[in-house]
Design a binder for this molecule. Structure first.
Ligand SMILES: [Zn+2]
Length: 250
């Protein structure tokens, strides 16, 4: 294979690896935001269930006050009932007592209902808190994985940069400057495989004699359409590797 072509393929592999690493690194702030949102949603559920319980308890205290109020009136009426002189007075007090008893009972029922509700709400808080703990664990694990990935990606970038310097040094300057130009204009990809007479990236068919030249990998040939450097992978060498790569998936 032409030495420049061989180096171009390596250079492209390095650039693509660096591009991927930079892209993954650039995605990390978004991923962190998503993790924070996940945690914040779980915290909101806990806070909302605590608010509900506090509201229910406040309502219960109001009903307890009502119970106390009517019980106070009841004992007052009972004292008065002892001191009544007439039947009429007695009946009037009895009526008051009945009313206060009814109100007491109604308020007590409300208190009981709130107590049952409080049990449910407390259980909901416990569940939400357990989910928050679980969520926190997951987020911690994701953050740890992201930090490890970040370190790995940065190491990759450093390694790739070192290897790139070496490859660049061995390239013919003219070829290198063309590579940089095409790369900058073609989304960072300046090298393309030619297969079945077609540039596999821009999908434009090349003239048969051009493809024949490319097949030999002995000359620097650029795609007429996208200007990328073309290389050819002999099928006999590529086929077994491709087969064995697809087998373990099943
Ligand atoms: Zn092309």
């Amino acid at each position: 294979m032409n030495a420049d072509l061989e180096h171009l393929i390596v250079l492209q592999r390095l650039d693509s690896a660096a591009h991927d690493a930079r892209r993954r690194l650039a995605e990390q702030p978004e991923r962190e935001k998503a993790l924070e949102a996940q945690l914040s949603a779980a915290r909101d559920v806990v806070a909302a269930s605590k608010t509900k319980l506090a509201e229910s308890q406040a309502v219960r205290r109001e009903h307890e006050k009502t119970v106390a109020l009517h019980q106070g009136r009841l004992s007052k009426f009972r004292e008065q009932a002892m001191a009544v002189k007439t039947n009429q007075e007695y009946h009037a007090i009895q009526k008051e007592i009945e009313f206060a008893q009814k109100e007491t009972k109604a308020a007590e029922d409300q208190v009981l209902e709130r107590m049952i509700e409080a049990d449910d709400l407390s259980a909901a808080i416990k569940k939400a808190e357990a989910e928050l703990v679980n969520e926190q664990k997951q987020v911690d694990a994701s953050r740890k994985a992201m930090a490890a990935e970040s370190a790995e990606l940065k190491a990759t970038l450093e390694r790739v940069a070192g290897e790139r310097t070496a490859v660049v040094r061995s390239l013919t300057p003219q070829v290198l400057s063309t590579f940089e130009l095409v790369s900058s204009r073609r989304n960072g990809i300046a090298v393309a495989e030619a297969r079945d007479g077609i540039c596999t990236i821009c999908h434009v068919r090349m003239r048969p004699q051009v493809f024949n030249t490319v097949r030999r990998n002995e000359q620097i040939v650029q795609c007429d359409s996208c200007n990328r450097f073309l290389y050819f992978v002999p099928t006999t060498a590529a086929a077994p590797a491709a087969d064995s790569a697809t087998q373990p998936a099943q």
